[in-house]
Ligand binder design. Structure first.
Ligand SMILES: [Zn+2]
Length: 53
């Protein structure tokens, strides 16, 4: 699974991925290009991070 997150929701995103997958998440910082076209999964801000497992 993959979740996108802004600066404010990164801890929430990590918690959600751990809760849903029960495995350790990987956090990546998005490329500039991706940041501009991707919204946070939890609010309307642009995403900064990708959390996956
Ligand atoms: Zn957010």
């Amino acid at each position: 699974m993959k979740k996108y997150s802004c600066e404010n929701h990164i801890e929430h995103a990590l918690d959600m991925v751990v809760a849903e997958t029960e495995s350790f998440p990987v956090m990546e910082i998005l490329e500039e290009e991706e940041k501009l076209s991707t919204k946070c999964s939890y609010c309307e801000e642009l995403a900064t991070y990708l959390v996956s497992s």
